[in-house]
Design a protein around this ligand. Structure first.
Ligand code: SF4
Ligand code: SF4
Ligand code: SF4
Ligand code: FES
Length: 952
């Protein structure tokens, strides 16, 4: 393509959907061929011809309000807007003429007459579309002057912590309103008034903070002027450099441009070509990066002999030698298996891979586990058993082809917001939604969206629910027999269908268990089974149960029985919580599996790794996280290397966890902050944030994306380098000069990654594994012609009620979840301005239960289970049903995990966070544990302060 034909970066209008044919036309004397359904503006931009525009942008459907993009078309009267005019075969278009320039200048002067002419001092000077158009048309002033009525004195809205709205800069192009409606799906903005009086307003003439705005930033991205502007740009100036990277928060894995000025991040803007997010973001990824430069960051290694002593800052060499010596001494005294490691889903694939390699090859055992143990380990087990691969089956854009979506135990509006926006768009287009959740989540009923069914099941009854759905489908003859005959094991199908037809699985029989009216469940099952394309999306509300693995298998059974696997628009889709849950599992973090989910006991697989790693591997699976805790309390497990994971806050039954951590002789924590776990540590190795290192993350759709270093590491080392140093100090040599070499090793050893390398990820933008000779550019949809295991397997899913039931002593069921503004244990988001939306965990309680107990919103409430008790403030709400209470787990002093028990999934030990029998009472003071925590925290802070030398 010649320079002349180089497409512009911004094409003005979106690519037409489902374009099948090409259209030829002439624009300014050039022959152009574009997809049918394209606008004239887009066709021109693809040819490198820029038509002035203000209200158009290629992330939004054309609107045609500004009249700046006028063109002339042979044989047509007047000057149509090129953004709203579609191309036609043989069309002849002129984008430049004296008449057009005159018309455009006239329109522009009207805009300028109501816009401050202070470009030189404007924060977006040089990054403003109005300014660009004015320069292009040579308009410096307006004939209409500024003296007429205008909006120049309008008051600026600075209520949002991250961006401002300055109405005096607004040209009422509606781009922000359309972005909020069409991209984000929140409908927070409107235009008040008509004609000249019209103005943009949030909510019902409220400030942005008072309105429904969720601070996703889509309106700010789309604003062509400085009317909506990031505060960071106003404070720091426009960025000078931009680097594409991947969000380090949730499992959606949004691509971002990190925009920097020197060594300072000015802003993060969602990357238009990012396949997971297509230019959209949420408040966390878009704005909550302040933690990366927070004063609490620890950047110097520290050691101590006991947790009752102050920390000592030391050099990297001293810290590594101290750790290696301690671990070798422990192994010499207590045996090879007395030490282990924990990887984290916050870390990159390369870092995680190295930690499990260190444990298996350096420690000589398989005592490695990951925080995915406590979230999605049942997904791995359940999907591997039924379909043959431990991963979701689709790409996110598949949802655009779904006719019915069943959302089970997931609240994407809060936890996976960018996927939620995609889903909402599809629902607004007419797809139907079934929400299966004990709580009334936003998707049940929100602007322009109403779920066809909200099946408000009782916590702990998931398996009963999936069985009842399957019962209706099989007994009413709604199963896809052809699909099953062709794709699944017939004997297993026969056994399962005989089982599921049993009366004990009928919705009527299970109604008392699930709490779902049988007629409604039957209607939902029919809707799901009769859909052209039915997709299931699920979250931790499925996995974090004593029968988490059984529910995952039940979900796979539902999808297979209705023929909803192996094409776009369908599938089984686990929504992963943290950024790299999928990757940490893929990389062999579980004690029984080497990378690529291959069992450690398989001599052939072990041989492959032994050959590459030049070491003999132990064939027996090692300890899982809960086993490590138990063994520590028993005195058999003494040393733990914990990279990027805060087990003291995130694991259940805090009393038990703390007891285990206190029993360790050497706890090594590698993190960016002195987290809750680090209070029990003997070695602190300062980690790097995602901005300070290279690597890859794998999101919930198996998409491997680059994490690119934009700032120097504050500690002087990237996390993978720390693991390499530790391995070498332990006497197991490791040598890499860049994480790309680690990925090359992963690819050599893992069939599903054999085609992956950094150069290819760079070239393609991202890759969904499997990526190998059979699929050199990756696999968006899995199980297309056949399942990975060959024939799909229907597992029998008998319902076994959890032992965690409400009793007279503990009459309420506590369930847990997340909120939009906070992330996981909150270590990052609590150190950002996101705390303006939530600065504590709250207990949601139904008005009936609240009244029984004399509890009002804002009261302190003590919740007590058989594991422990804690105190937090109440919110009285009908979002929860009577008998159920709900809280989040983002704030350490709330100690939600003080009350959660050690019940866990039968197959994987994933904790049963979602069901704890509790009592709630009104109280006036913190719990005993909370008081002790305050004292312990003060002591540990003093130990830290002693270590840190005064900084200039
Ligand atoms: S930040 Fe997002 S939610 Fe808020 S008004 Fe803008 S587009 Fe709407
Ligand atoms: S705030 Fe920006 S995007 Fe919204 S109408 Fe005004 S100029 Fe357009
Ligand atoms: S949706 Fe998830 S990945 Fe995307 S910006 Fe938000 S937190 Fe980051
Ligand atoms: S850009 Fe076409 S009318 Fe505004």
């Amino acid at each position: 393509m010649s320079e002349l034909h180089k497409p512009l970066e911004e094409l003005g209008t979106p690519r037409p959907r489902d374009a099948k044919t090409q259209v030829s036309l002439e624009i300014d004397g050039q022959q152009v061929q574009v997809e049918a359904g394209s606008s004239v503006m887009r066709a021109a931009a693809l040819t490198g011809i820029n038509i002035p525009k203000l209200c158009a942008t290629d992330s939004l459907e054309a609107f045609g309000s500004c009249r700046m993009c006028l063109v002339e078309i042979e044989g047509r009267k007047g000057s149509p807007a090129s953004c709203t005019t579609l191309v036609e075969e043989g069309m002849v278009v002129s984008t430049r003429s004296d008449q057009l320039e005159k018309l455009r200048r006239n329109v522009l002067e009207l805009y300028i007459s109501d816009h401050p002419l202070d470009c030189v001092t404007c924060p977006t000077n040089g990054d403003c579309e109005l300014q660009d158009v004015a320069v292009e048309l040579g308009v410096e002033d307006s004939r209409y002057g500024l003296s007429g009525s205008n909006h120049l004195q309008a008051v600026k809205d600075e209520s949002n912590p991250y961006f401002t709205f300055d109405p005096s800069m607004c040209i009422v192009c509606y781009r922000c309103v359309r972005a909020c409606d069409d991209i984000q799906g929140t409908f927070a903005l409107t235009v008040d008034g008509r004609g000249f009086e019209s103005k943009i307003t949030a909510g019902q003439m409220e400030s942005f903070m008072e309105s429904e705005c969720v601070s996703c930033g889509a309106c700010v991205n789309s604003c062509p002027t400085a009317a909506l502007e990031e505060k960071s740009v106003i404070e720091l100036g426009l960025p000078q450099k931009s680097t594409v990277t991947t969000c380090a928060y949730c499992g959606v894995g949004c691509a971002f441009k990190v925009e920097t000025r020197g060594d300072e991040v000015v802003r993060m803007t969602p990357y238009k070509d990012g396949k997971a997010n297509e230019g959209h973001a949420c408040v966390k990824g878009r704005f909550a990066f302040g933690y990366t430069s927070h004063k609490d960051r620890i950047t110097t290694p520290m050691i101590r002999d006991s947790i009752d002593e102050p920390w000592r800052e030391v050099s990297w060499q001293q810290a590594i030698e101290f750790t290696a010596r301690r671990f070798r001494e422990i192994q010499a005294e207590h045996g090879r298996d007395s030490v282990g490691g924990i990887t984290s889903s916050r870390c990159s694939n390369e870092e995680t891979y190295l930690v499990q390699k260190l444990v298996r090859a350096g420690f000589g055992n398989n005592n490695v586990d990951t925080c995915a143990r406590v979230c999605h380990s049942p997904t791995g087990y359940g999907l591997k058993t039924t379909l043959g691969e431990s991963a979701g089956t689709q790409a996110f854009d598949s949802v655009a082809k779904s006719d019915v979506v069943m959302l089970i135990g997931a609240n994407p509006t809060e936890a996976h917001p960018v996927f939620a926006s995609r889903l909402k768009r599809r629902l607004r287009e007419g797809a139907q939604l079934i929400v299966v959740d004990p709580r009334k989540t936003e998707l049940v009923d929100s602007p322009h969206i109403r779920a066809a069914h909200h099946l408000q099941l009782l916590p702990g009854s998931n398996v009963a629910f999936v069985n009842a759905m399957a019962h209706v489908i099989v007994s009413e003859g709604l199963a896809d027999e052809n699909y099953i005959r062709e794709r699944c094991e017939i004997d297993a199908w026969q056994d399962w269908s005989d089982f599921i037809r049993g009366e004990e699985n009928s919705p009527e029989h299970l109604q008392a268990v699930t709490g779902i009216p049988a007629t409604e469940l039957r209607a939902a099952a029919r809707l799901f089974a009769n859909a052209g394309n039915a997709a299931i999306y699920y979250g931790l509300g499925v996995t974090e149960h004593s029968q988490g693995s059984t529910t995952v298998m039940g979900i796979a059974n539902l999808a297979m029985a209705t023929g909803n696997l192996g094409r776009e628009g369908v599938g089984v889709n686990p929504l992963r919580g943290q950024n790299n849950v999928q990757g940490s599992c893929d990389m062999g973090s579980f004690p029984h599996e080497l990378p690529g989910y291959r069992h450690i006991s398989d001599p052939e697989v072990r041989g492959l790794f032994e050959n590459e790693w030049q070491v003999k591997l132990h064939p027996e699976p090692g300890l899982r996280i809960p086993n490590m805790f138990d063994a520590a309390i028993c005195g058999d497990f003494k040393g733990l290397y914990c990279q990027g994971e805060d087990i003291a806050q995130s694991d259940p039954n805090t009393h038990h966890v703390e007891m285990a951590l206190k029993a360790l002789k050497c706890l090594v924590v590698q993190d960016i902050f002195l987290n809750e776990t680090a209070r029990f540590a003997h070695v602190f190795l300062p980690g790097s944030t995602f901005l300070e290192k290279n690597g890859t993350f794998t999101n919930a759709e198996r998409r491997i994306s680059m994490v690119r270093k934009v700032l120097p590491s504050r500690s002087g080392k990237e996390d993978w380098e720390i693991t390499v140093d530790l391995a070498n100090a332990l006497g197991y040599p490791m040598s890499y000069s860049h994480p790309s070499e680690i990925m090359d090793e992963i690819a050599r050893l893992t069939p599903t990654f054999s085609g992956v390398n950094y150069a290819k990820i760079d070239a393609l933008g991202s890759i969904q594994w499997p990526c190998n000779d059979a699929a050199p550019e990756g696999t968006p949809t899995m199980h297309v012609d056949t399942f990975v295991r060959g024939k799909g397997y229907f597992a029998i899913t008998g319902f076994v009620p959890t032992s965690e039931r409400s009793t007279r002593k503990y009459p309420l069921l506590l369930t847990t979840g997340r909120i939009l503004s906070q992330y996981n244990v909150g270590a990052q988001t609590r150190r950002t301005k996101n705390t303006v939306w939530a600065d504590q965990d709250l207990l949601e309680i139904h008005p009936v239960d609240a009244e029984d107990r004399g509890i009002g919103s804002g009261d302190w409430v003590g919740i007590k289970s058989r594991a422990g008790d804690t105190v937090l403030r109440a919110v009285v709400t009908e979002k929860v049903q009577p008998g159920v209470v709900y809280t989040t787990f983002h704030f350490p002093l709330t100690g939600a995990n003080i009350v959660t028990t050690e019940n866990s999934d039968w197959a994987t030990n994933c904790p049963e966070y979602k069901v704890t029998a509790v009592q709630a009472t009104r109280v006036t003071q913190p719990s005993q544990w909370q008081k002790q925590q305050v004292v312990f925290n003060q002591q540990q802070k003093a130990f830290l302060d002693k270590a840190r030398k005064p900084r200039v």
